[in-house]
Write a protein of this length. Sequence first.
Length: 90
Amino acid sequence: MKPDYQKRQPEAEFSGPLGKKTSFFFDFERRSIDDNAVISAVFLDPTYNIVPFSQAIVIPVTSLEANVKIDRQLSTNHSLAFRYHGPHSA
């Protein structure tokens, strides 16, 4: 029997101007993975016979990441950038 496995990873990006001298960039990504773990063991039945046991179980893992960047042109030679990198969550 083959264990179930799934991976879903939607993501999006947005960017554009916020006036003449300012621009923004935003992206996010969400990962949902149903991974597998295999249990392989032996145990004794009531009459002390060795009985093998094997089973796959689904281990769900989810994470979310977001990034924001804002750039501002202060002068011909100077710019200001703000960046935020959101944490991965599980």
